[in-house]
Structure formats: C-alpha cells, structure tokens
Write a protein that binds this ligand. Structure first.
Ligand code: PLP
Length: 359
C-alpha cells in the first residue's frame, strides 16, 4: 500500500475544526449547559406536533424551495421571495456567502474577537481573513474596519450583537460605516441574537438592506425560536446575492422537519417572544448581580454575558463545571456564559461571587 494520501487543498492546513460548546456532564449532580447560547426552553407542543407530522414523510426529499416558509417570511419582512434564501443554520448561509463572493487573493473583514466560525469559513474559502480588534470596550471598531477595506475586500461581517461580547453597534455609527463601504463590497449584518435586543438605538439590519443592495442580513431560528438542533437560518439580500445563495445551497439541505417547525414557530411567536422576554429579564438580573459583585461586564444585548478573565479563564471555567454549569472558555481571553434557567444562572453567580473575592 502506498503512503501517499489524496491531495487536499493547502488552505485547509492549520484551520481549526469548529469547537462546539461543551455538553453538560452526564450523570453529574446538576449540570446545566451554558456553553452554546442555546434556548433553555423545551420545544412548544404545537411545534412538536408540526415536527412529528413532518417526520412521518422523511422518506421524501423536502421542498427544496422552502415555498411555504418563504411566503411567510416574505410577508413578515415585506421583502420579495426572491430576496430570501434559507440554509442549514445561519452559519450554513454565511458559508454560502463566502463561496459566492470570496476566494484566494480576496479579503474578508470582521471584528475580533467575534463569532468563531468566521475565521474558519473564511479560510476554507481560500480568502484572507482581516481581523480588526474590538475597541477596549469590546465593541466593533467600525472606523478601523472601514480603514481596513482595500481593493481586495469582498465581504465584511458585522455581528450585531457581537458573539461573544454581547455588545452592539447603533444606528448612526452603522449608517456612517455603511456610507464608507464601496458598493461592490458585501456587508453581512449577522443578527443571530436580534430578538434579545432591547436598546432602541440598535437598528434592525433590514432597515439598511432596503436601499442598499450590498447589505445582507442573516437571521436564525436557532436562538430565540429554539430550533438549534433542526438547523435552519436565512438571509435577506437583494439580487444577485440572493440568487447566488440559491446556487451555492446544498440541494435539499433544509429538512422538511426544520421548515415546518420554523413555520409553526412563527405562528407561535407570541409565546416564543414571551420566553425571550423572560430570558432578557434573566440577562439583566445576571448583569446587575455581576456588577454588584464588582465585575466589569460589557452591556449585553444578547442571551449571554462576557467575562474578560484573561489568564484566569481556564480556572474559572473549571470552577463553573465543578459547581454544575458548563460555560464557554476562550483560552487566555475570557468566558462566555449563556443566560439559561434561573437555577443555572444562580449557580453561575455563586461561582462569580466566590471567584471575584479571590482575584
Ligand atoms: C453570531 C452568530 N451567527 C450565527 C450563528 C449560527 O447559528 P445557526 O447556524 O445555528 O443559525 C451563531 C451561533 O452561535 C452566532 O453566534
């Protein structure tokens, strides 16, 4: 047998594999998973019914055009169906956007630290990642991002609110930034956590999409709508971007179960948005408690909080795990903690209280 292995693309060398949030330890005393920004509420009965019913025909391929869901979204956002594209989670759509716009020699700009999939999917495309550090307050530095644009720039991610810091960019600053971006560079406003925003100065990216053909908005059913495991997200973008997304989609990538669950979730929105309201209350309670304990926490408009722990990151994550909550450490930088059930948040706050005293 020859030792030669199949030739792989050189770009893949050194690209880390996406690291999922650690699951809660099975069989432990009480273990809560606060490591993946998931929605802690179980599926609503009506959504379960839609899923069960769709599952009865999974010997068939799904509706590849996601017709019913597209109609529903088109009405809701007042956008033409031709400006919508679905994918296997919004991260799937983000990867398609890179396939559609960027390759070797091109540049992709995003803030750092931000969503950990951006560097991975950028490097897979063969394009060069241009990471622009967050400001000392952990916010996107939009001026520096605008200054980083070159003739090679093809795509810019603006993660609003930003994962993992929870911080936001507001209307006036985003508008000023978009005015500086050349019209042939695609700006992707990633709004995975849109529904958790309560700051009225944070714009809905769709406002900017309306009269800017180079703006694409990414949304997901994974977070507020609680469908993370079904993998469905979507983009709102003008032609030809939306058409390019249809070309780059994995055929039949979005299952019928996911499509029907998304429709049932949109119809159960009052109840789901009520749950989001409870999570927002919990987020605010957690932030206030952390500040009362003495922590400096950036204002989060998402379903997680960020503690910049530097060298103490690993020790803190271990202390959390021992206490029964699993969080998401970013080595040497900090810890992102999802806002979960009140009991889980209480355990986390006990750990932060004890830990702060030792700092
Ligand atoms: C900023 C951001 N965008 C996109 C995603 C992807 O979500 P999904 O692929 O489940 O829609 C996430 C998930 O954590 C995220 O944090």
């Amino acid at each position: 047998m020859s030792e030669t292995s199949p030739k792989l693309r050189a770009e893949l060398e050194g690209i880390p594999t996406y690291k999922p949030g650690k699951p809660a330890a099975a069989g432990g005393p009480v273990a809560y998973k606060l490591s993946s920004n998931e929605n802690p509420y179980p599926p609503l009965p009506g959504v379960m019914e839609a899923v069960t019913s769709a599952a009865s025909s999974f010997n068939r391929y799904p509706d590849m055009a996601c017709t019913s869901l597209m109609e529903e979204l088109s009405e809701r956002f007042a956008v033409p169906v031709s400006h919508l594209a679905t994918g296997t989670g919004s991260v799937g759509v983000a990867q398609q956007l890179l396939q559609a716009t960027s390759g070797p020699g091109d540049e992709v700009i995003y803030a750092w630290r931000s969503f950990e999939a951006y560097p991975i999917i950028t490097r897979i495309s063969g394009a060069t990642a241009v990471q622009v550090p967050l400001t000392p307050g952990d916010v996107h530095d939009l001026d520096a991002m605008a200054e980083a644009i070159t003739e090679r720039t093809r795509l810019i991610f603006v993660c609003n609110p930003n994962n993992p810091t929870g911080t936001v960019v507001r209307r006036a600053e985003l508008k000023r930034f978009l005015d500086r971006v050349p019209r042939d560079v695609l700006v992707v406003i990633d709004e995975a956590y849109r529904e958790f925003i309560r700051d009225p100065e944070v714009p809905d990216g769709v406002e900017f999409y309306r009269d800017r053909p180079n703006v694409c908005v990414l949304r997901t059913f994974s977070k507020a709508y609680g469908l993370a495991g079904l993998r469905i997200g979507f983009a709102i973008a003008h032609e030809p971007v939306a058409a390019a997304l249809r070309k780059t989609a994995v055929p039949f990538g979005v299952s019928q179960v996911a499509q029907d669950a998304a429709i049932a979730s949109l119809r159960a929105e009052d109840e789901l948005i009520g749950r989001v309201g409870s999570l927002v209350c919990e987020r605010n309670r957690v932030m206030e408690a952390l500040r009362a304990q003495g922590w400096k926490v950036p204002e989060s408009q998402a379903n997680f909080v960020w503690l910049r722990l530097g060298e103490r990151t690993t020790a803190f994550a271990q202390a959390c795990e021992q206490a029964g909550v699993v969080v998401r450490p970013f080595l040497g930088e900090g810890v992102r903690v999802t806002v979960g059930e009140a009991e889980a948040n209480d355990i986390f706050l006990k750990v932060t209280e004890a830990f702060y005293k030792e700092l």
